[in-house]
Design a protein around this ligand. Sequence first.
Ligand code: M6R
Length: 581
Amino acid sequence: MCGIIGYKGRSNAIPLVIHGLKNLEYRGYDSSGIAYFNNGKINIYKKEGKIVNLESILPNDNSNLAIGHTRWATHGVANTINAHPHRQGKITLVHNGIIENYRELKEMLESNGYQFVSDTDTEIVAGLIDYYYNIEKDMVKALSHLRLIVRGSFALGILVDGDDHLYATRLKSPLIVGIGDDGLFIASDVPAILDYTKKYFLLDDYDICVIGDDYKVYNKKKLVNKEVLTFNDSIGSAQKDGYEHFMLKEIHEQPRVVENLISLILNTDTIKLSDYDNIQIVGCGSAYHTGLVGKYIIEKYLNIKTECFIASEYRYGKIFNTGKTLFVAISQSGETADTLASTIIAKEKGMHTLGIINTQGSSIARECDEVLYINAGIECAVATTKAYSLQALMFSLLVYKEIKDNNILEEYNKLPKELEKLLDKDYHNIVKKLYRHEDIFFIGRQNDYALCMEGSLKLKEISYLHSEAYAAGELKHGTISLIEEGTPVIAIVTDPNIAEKTISNIKETKARGAYVLLIIREDIEVNSDVYDDIIKVPNYSIFTNSLLVIEVLQMIAYYVALSRGCDIDKPRNLAKSVTVE
Ligand code: M6R
């Protein structure tokens, strides 16, 4: 989603901010901009499209104070006027988030003589701060008014005419302050500043940070101390390491991060799921899909009623807290607005909240009663791969720790090697039969159906090829009418207890001319007339085979998108971290 970086220090802020913006490109954006001090004046440059477009209009200036932004359009179309920074009166700022009551604020400001040129809610915030700054003559006091008057979410980086400080404040939208040797940074996300410093602290809601040669943080107009953290991942994790795309690199990291997580969780005290009467799992997109994998494994092996919800539905639905309920929020970024809101609601309902999160110190992590970090490292590709796998693995490990079966332990030991072997398969031969189609169907039952949903999402989001995931038995209740000569069907069969049922559904599609790619556990017998192509995965249980199957589906999605010439790491219209509803 939108990205912010700001810098105040001894180096030239302009190239540094541009570089930081490039490190945020993976979040998704459609325009970018920068504002900087030069000869006592604030200069603003912004441009629709990629950051190179912005660079092409930048003069060769020097500055020690700048803010930059990548915008992902919400209020107002993606164009240069709506791009940030925005300016009103003496205030120039960049903004992440959404101002819900911007209409009433706009009316109030217009009645006080303000005029707006863009369609954004951001320009209203600039006007609002200017309005209060004119009254208060003090930025901390002016920014303190936001607490009382603004509804919604914001992370703001602010410059003021005639003032060489950088100001920052936030509400429900992430913002950090980085501490470098040559200066101080603000950023919406750690990768923006990782090339300059690993030391940072998190701003809390309504904190106001004033950055000069040093920094001060205020909340409710009182000074507050901040705990300085060290980002403990390598800078290399935000680089491609010779891979053509982050997505491919991140898929290839799975064997290593899986091995690390297994060893970490098996040697750490973790929550006991069977202490709870029921479990509610909430997430969005792929995170929701890992919740479904969690549901199947928890219900089957621990016999605990487990429901899985899409966060944007959960938060507006009827929520039951019956008995002792565990609420599990799943999120790679830890910033997804709907998952965060659901977590807050679950807490209000008295549930114990557990976060399965990748990003340390993120908003959801801070909201949950307890957190299990998946330690995937930075995931740059918009399409999640390694984080999905580790979230699914986390559920598997939590269940395993309660049933302690040696066969499963053996599978965990072999899993990294098996994941590596599957990376070496020849996917090209299969992909060339898929990539020219416009519709693909994924079918499976139970946990395989959950994997189909993820495989289908992965394919859609990066290849723009339409696909649907279907519970195999449901196909003949309508959708089978879409199967015609050559329609690709990807079928997953990993559960011997229901294999026969799914195979008969596959035959139904084959009889109507479908091209069938079968992904099947190697010990399950199947006649060769059931499929056109087959990929066999090892004879492993539900505790590990989800990771094997999903890796195959990730590789297929990747190569289909590659064959279709798509922008794999930054698919159109998508953002890595969805911090608005
Ligand atoms: O950061 P989160 O895990 O909360 O993100 C949730 C979804 O937005 C995310 O999984 C999305 O579906 C991915 N683009 C899928 O690859």
